[in-house]
Ligand binder design. Structure first.
Ligand code: TRP
Ligand code: ZN
Length: 886
């Protein structure tokens, strides 16, 4: 907890470190009631920082200093200054050695940052600034050092002792203790340090790299989970191969380890050679993990592995550059997943997520550029903007320079900066130089926050046979940024004739016609593209594949959208046309509900979805995606003022109508797929994901009919499915149904069967937290009393409280403010336990700008109450104070 008001840190104040740490020798003695850390730092004056010997200011928090020595001379209290956050010494020579010993308390560390205990094991989380809670250090990513680590612990409880790099020695001590020493030959910043001690089993495999080196692969888990590691291991090997093939990147150590821990603030962490994972991102097998969970495991394993190059070998100069590693690595893992499964489906999922959640962040009081220019608490900047929008920015570069040019740029980037701590500008410079282009205007994507709008209009000149598209871009103001300059917006587009033909695109002034789908860089506030030789009025297909993270508008009629759903050659845009049609229809229903008029569903949506369902040729996953109406959170995001009740009522009405109108087709496809599921062993592959996703969305529609045969099918699926995807969907469908007795029985038997599997219980909590039927808050409050729930485990908090506030918009936004009060209460408790989780949990309250005046007042009152609740962590303080200003 802070004692002073947290202060802003600015990118413009960046200075190179005064001192460097060439070698770091750490010794950990781990005990049940405390741990001792000895650090020997081999240091020197940074020649790039200037002359003289300024004071050495080491970072350190929550450390009990036992002793400190400079070049073997023990210092007394008069020789140094000690504060809450720093230890300051005066070096007397340009090269010197600092030795320090501290006592820390991992056993009491509920913030899960630094060294802590998760269940019976010791583990670390040092990104971004956790290493300073382990020892006094220059805890900044541009200070890179060679680490040697010795750890000792009681042998029986902690038979496995791990750290980064290679094991070089081990032995036992008297008193039942043992020790091990690890050496990491690669220079790294402290945020990539890791240590693990516990009673773990491991699954072993190996990978032969492109230069024929054999790498040992090990996944360490608690013994009861040893049967849930194969999918992660397969994913790891696929990732290693893919990075060799697509980026030419080879792994560099002789061993790569993953450790699964139950208590973890985020998804996983790319510590050099020793990734530490939230168990939810490692463990997966058919019976206990859904298809979505399998895909997440694969993606996160890939993401952390890819960091070995984009993050570790080439790291960040400072934390403002976080997207340098995260945006790039998210882009890399997204492309990996696209290559492993369906490219179009992956893109649809990512875009739907970005538009719902990142666009909301970009429009709210916490909006910040991909490269922020100021922060109080860096943990608050592991955001959708840095990760997801950052990935879109990298994707746009590839769209502009092409796949080959992009590879040339990444090769240059890795070759030039291997072993360095660099900036987003360095990444851009490599792309520019490898391709001979100028990205200076493009770089505004890194510095300007907010989601650009791109309004497009058309003009067809029959006499001249020309077709013009006019583009107008703008970007709303965001905190600290009023007027924005034009972005470079790559727009991939095609023109489609009335017969559904793709037209060859030839711009006025071009010698000959080009391809039927082309990318145009829109870089002016207003810009016109004129195409020639256009014999009749075409229909444009714009922003194909979502080629830029913008809000595009074009005055499509519903009939035109139906035409695009059928005829667009771009799969993403076929889906997008369906979404736009749904949005138009739902917005009409929302209006009717608000005016108290009877609700009437535009039958064109029924017609469009009927032909999708009837199309046996279409990828079943695409059918499922097209059948999924835009979510309530997305409908909220695109509203000026979101009407919670009307949005919910309109969407439920549409679902009910679609269920009735499409019942027979849905029933046939459901039964066919369920039959296949019954006869096929579970495989985590695209075709199987596709089959189950259509089966499951069909079931959710069918159940709205209330028919006995559907209930029977749902119960059959719940009871006899051999995989969690089918079982959990059946449970969710029951929970949202009016069949109270069946629902209660299913929830009880599920909990009884899976009570010892915390990850499955997380799903059980989430399904109930997300149920929009009346009484949601009471149900959530009751579930908090369940023996499997604890506020100390971030997965539990996310599964129950996070799902309620983030997904159950009906329940959370109750007009009496009870949902807001509940969330604020939890944030206040969590602020003291785990500031990072508290601060993330509070995000829904910061979105008050979207709601009516009465709700705005209630939400702001709860933010005020948090602010006044006592001593706030810098994490919570920053979010609450900024969102009250916004
Ligand atoms: N670098 C991690 C990633 O791969 C993010 C991360 C893991 C993290 N744990 C954290 C960030 C704790 C902040 C705090 O994305
Ligand atoms: Zn990452």
């Amino acid at each position: 907890m802070r004692t002073e008001q947290p202060k802003m840190i600015y990118l413009k104040d960046y200075q190179v470190p005064e001192y460097l740490i060439d070698e770091t020798h750490l010794t950990f003695e781990l005990f049940e009631d405390h741990s001792l850390v000895h650090a020997q730092l081999v240091m020197r004056r940074n020649p790039a920082a200037g002359s003289g010997l300024p004071p050495l200011v080491l970072d350190g928090q929550q450390l009990e200093l036992l002793s400190v020595a400079l070049d073997d001379r023990e210092l007394s209290a008069a020789d140094y200054q000690l504060s809450d956050s720093h230890l300051t010494l005066q070096p007397t020579a340009a090269s010197f050695v600092v030795d320090s010993s501290v006592r820390i308390h991992p056993e009491r560390n509920t913030a899960l940052e630094g060294l802590y205990k998760s269940g019976g094991m010791f583990c670390t989380q040092c990104e971004a600034e956790g290493f300073r809670k382990i020892t006094y250090y220059l805890d900044r990513p541009d200070v890179m050092s060679k680490f040697t680590t010795t750890l000792s612990a009681e042998q029986h409880s902690y038979p496995v002792l791990l750290s980064n790099g290679n094991p070089i020695a081990s032995g036992s001590e008297e008193g039942g203790r043992h020790w091990a020493t690890w050496e990491d030959p690669f220079m790294k910043p402290a945020y990539l340090f890791a240590l693990v001690a516990g009673d773990l089993w491991c699954v072993e495999d190996s990978f032969t790299t492109m230069s024929n080196r054999e790498v040992a692969l090990r996944i360490y888990v608690e013994p009861e989970n040893i049967d849930k590691c194969q999918h992660a291991m397969d994913s790891l090997k696929k990732s290693m191969k893919w990075d060799e093939e697509v980026y030419g990147r080879e792994y560099d150590l002789d061993i790569f380890m993953i450790v699964a821990v139950n208590d973890f603030n985020m998804g996983a962490m790319e510590n050099k050679g020793l990734n530490i994972f939230n168990s939810s991102c490692v463990l997966a097998r058919a019976e206990t993990a859904t298809d979505a969970a399998h895909q997440r495991v694969e993606a996160v394993v890939a993401h952390e592995y890819f960091h070995n190059w984009s993050g570790n070998r080439v790291t960040c100069r400072d934390w403002f550059q976080l997207s340098l590693k995260e945006g790039f690595t998210v882009f890399r893992d997204a492309e990996f997943s696209a290559d492993m499964h369906s490219r179009t489906v992956k893109r649809i999922e990512d875009v739907a997520y970005l538009r719902t959640h990142q666009f909301a962040e970009d429009a709210g009081p916490m909006a910040h550029p991909v490269r922020p220019d100021a922060f109080m608490e860096i943990s608050n900047f592991y955001t959708l903007t840095v990760y997801e929008k950052g990935s879109e920015v990298v994707r746009m570069i590839r769209t502009l320079v092409g796949a080959e040019g992009f590879r040339k740029g990444s090769d240059l980037y890795f070759a030039r900066h291997d072993g360095q701590a660099v900036t987003c500008d360095d990444f851009i410079r490599a792309m520019e130089e490898a391709n001979g282009i100028d990205l200076s205007q493009f770089k505004r994507w890194y510095s300007q926050a907010g989601t650009p709008r791109l309004a497009v209009s058309e003009h067809y000149d029959a006499a001249a046979r020309t077709y013009s598209l006019s583009f107008q871009q703008s970007c709303p103001p965001s905190p600290g940024q009023g007027d924005k300059l034009p972005f470079v917006i790559p727009v991939e587009l095609g023109l489609i004739s009335a017969q559904g033909q793709a037209l060859a695109l030839r711009l006025q002034g071009e010698a000959q016609a080009g391809a039927t789908s082309r990318v145009f860089a829109i870089d002016q506030a207003e810009q016109v593209l004129t195409f020639v030789d256009i014999a009749e009025q075409p229909l444009p297909s714009l922003l194909r594949g979502f080629s830029a993270p913008v809000k595009l508008s074009f005055p499509y009629s519903r009939d035109q959208l139906m035409f695009l759903m059928q005829h667009d050659s771009d799969g993403f845009n076929r889906w997008e046309a369906g979404q736009q049609l749904s949005v138009q229809v739902l917005q009409e229903l929302i209006g009717q509900h608000q005016r108290g008029e009877p609700q009437v569903l535009d039958q064109r949506l029924v017609t469009a979805l009927r032909s999708v369902l009837a199309d046996e040729q279409l990828d079943q996953a695409m059918v499922a995606e097209m059948l999924s109406l835009p979510g309530e959170a997305y409908l909220t995001e695109i509203s000026a003022v979101a009407d919670v009740e009307a949005i919910h009522a309109a969407r439920e009405f549409a679902r009910q109508q679609l269920s009735a109108a499409l019942f027979d087709l849905l029933w046939v496809r459901y039964q066919a797929n369920r039959e296949l599921s019954r006869g096929t062993a579970y495989i985590a592959e695209a075709e199987h994901f596709a089959r189950r996703s259509l089966q499951n969305i069909a079931l959710s529609y069918l159940m709205l009919s209330g028919k006995a045969e559907v209930l029977a099918a749902c119960l059959e699926q719940f009871e006899s499915a051999d995989n969690m995807t089918e079982r959990l969907t059946a449970l969710a469908v029951l929970v949202n149904s009016p069949f109270e007795a069946e629902k209660a029985a299913a929830l009880a038997s599920f909990a009884d069967f899976f009570k010892d599997n915390p990850l499955v219980m997380d799903q059980w909590f989430s399904v109930q937290a997300a149920c929009a039927l009346p009484g949601a808050l009471q149900r959530v409050e009751q579930l908090m009393q369940h023996p499997a729930f604890t506020l100390k485990n971030p997965n539990k908090v996310r599964a129950l409280i996070g799902a309620f506030a983030g997904q159950n918009l009906q329940g959370f936004h109750q007009a009496d403010g009870s949902g807001y009060r509940f969330l604020a209460d939890q944030v206040i408790v969590l602020n003291a336990l785990n500031p990072q989780i508290a601060s993330r949990l509070l995000a829904p309250l910061t979105r008050w700008g979207k709601y009516d005046g009465a709700r705005q007042q209630l939400m702001k009152a709860e933010l005020q109450r948090i602010l006044a609740s006592g001593e706030l962590s810098s994490d919570v303080f920053e979010v609450v104070s900024k969102s009250l200003v916004g």
